[in-house]
Design a protein around this ligand. Structure first.
Ligand code: PHE
Length: 384
């Protein structure tokens, strides 16, 4: 038996001392001393020490329990007064413990609520923010510009038939123009589309089939941003790159419309009003006449719209009569223009990017540098 400190109540009555268990053994065992000692200890306890106090006071060998047990050794008269007094103390202590526990619970809940509160006004952590790839951004910008000009956005499959990619575009199989593009041929007989122009064919066929001829005077006005593939790889060529095709078909559409459309589009995209655009005579099998599209720039500084140099950014022309006829559209009634621009090309020019290959290397440092904030969508109102 451990030496008990001040078990005066037991000693005074010649009773066996309870075992001295628990860290919070009370110093006093007379009722008054016990109460005076226990109540402030309870009021100051934290959750863990409160439980230890409860055990040492009211547990199996607790001071109060031992006092109650001691009643059996008393004569009836003494037992009556002592019993009432001990029970009063027990009630007091129990009530104090319950009150303290409730206070601690409330405090703990308040702390938890404060600690776990989510501040919805905090900005997202920039380290974990993704960015919009420059090519996606360019496509969004084209959608905003051409959307405002009344164009619809179309897409088509990456794997095309030779007919859609070549023949219907007036490039027959024996035609040397096929050699202009380093085509990926598939074992299935299809090709990976070498340009977005086959979507011209798909759109015209759909219109001729579904809407019928002679509907509205300007039945087709589309742009086709999308992936294209050629077997080519160096600093300015990638086997997978992107183009945006444009196609307008209607009655009385002429070359002036083509030039006006390109000027509006390129001026808006590069943010240079009155950007000089030059149409330079060229050859594509699916347009007649055909023209390369050049914009003015300064070769030394890279400034778009400044200087006296010209930079090629795409091809264009009036849709060839054979192409209209291949799609079931009467070329004597309908005319149109088409153009195609390289999306990497115009993105590199706009943002001063030197190497095309980095577009596809998923280098996070490059993406962080050239990427766009996800929460600022392209719009004409904000200025593209
Ligand atoms: N499809 C052509 C190319 O990839 C570009 C082009 C499109 C030219 C439309 C004229 C008209 O080179």
């Amino acid at each position: 038996m451990a030496a008990s400190r001040g078990l005066t109540f037991f000693a005074a009555r010649g009773l066996p001392c309870p075992e001295d268990k628990g860290r919070f053994k009370m110093q006093s065992n007379d009722l008054k001393g016990l109460t005076e000692e226990a109540l402030p200890a309870i009021a100051a306890a934290d959750a863990a020490s409160l439980e230890e106090l409860r055990v040492s006071l009211l547990g199996k060998n607790g001071n109060v329990t031992m006092l109650l047990k001691s009643l059996s050794g008393m004569d009836p008269e003494a037992r009556k007064t002592a019993g009432a007094a001990i029970n009063h103390v027990k009630t007091q202590i129990s009530a104090a413990i319950s009150a303290r526990r409730a206070a601690l619970d409330t405090q703990a809940l308040a702390q938890k609520l404060a600690a776990e509160r989510i501040d919805v006004t905090q900005p997202p952590r920039p380290d974990y923010l993704g960015a919009i790839h420059p090519l996606s951004r360019t496509q969004e910008e084209l959608a905003a510009i051409f959307g405002a000009m009344g164009f619809a956005i179309k897409d088509g499959p990456d794997i095309e038939s030779g007919w859609h990619n070549f023949s219907a575009l007036n490039i027959p199989s024996h035609h040397p123009a096929r050699a202009m593009m380093d085509t990926f041929y598939l074992a299935s007989g299809g090709v990976l589309r070498t340009h977005t122009s086959p979507v011209q064919i798909r759109t015209m066929l759909d219109w001729a089939k579904n809407e019928g001829l002679g509907a509205s005077p300007a039945p087709i006005r589309i742009v086709v941003p999308g992936r294209v593939f050629r077997s080519d790889y160096d600093a300015t060529h990638s086997p997978n790159f992107h183009q945006c095709e444009g196609l307008v078909i209607g009655e009385g559409i002429h070359l002036g419309h083509l030039k006006g459309c390109l000027r509006d589009f390129l001026g808006a995209y590069f943010g240079v009003p009155e950007l000089p655009v030059r149409l330079r005579s060229s050859y594509f099998p699916f347009t007649e006449p055909s023209m390369e599209v050049d914009i003015a720039w300064n070769r030394k500084t890279g400034e778009i719209g400044g200087g006296t140099d010209w930079l090629e950014i795409g091809g264009s022309g009036m849709v060839h009569a054979n192409v209209l006829a291949n799609c079931g559209i009467d070329p004597r009634r309908f005319q149109g223009f088409a153009f195609g621009v390289g999306l990497e090309r115009i993105t590199m020019l706009k943002h001063g990017m030197p190497d095309l290959r980095l577009f596809f290397e998923s280098d996070v440092r490059w993406l962080r540098h050239y990427g766009f904030a996800a929460l600022t969508p392209a719009s004409l109102h904000e200025g593209i």
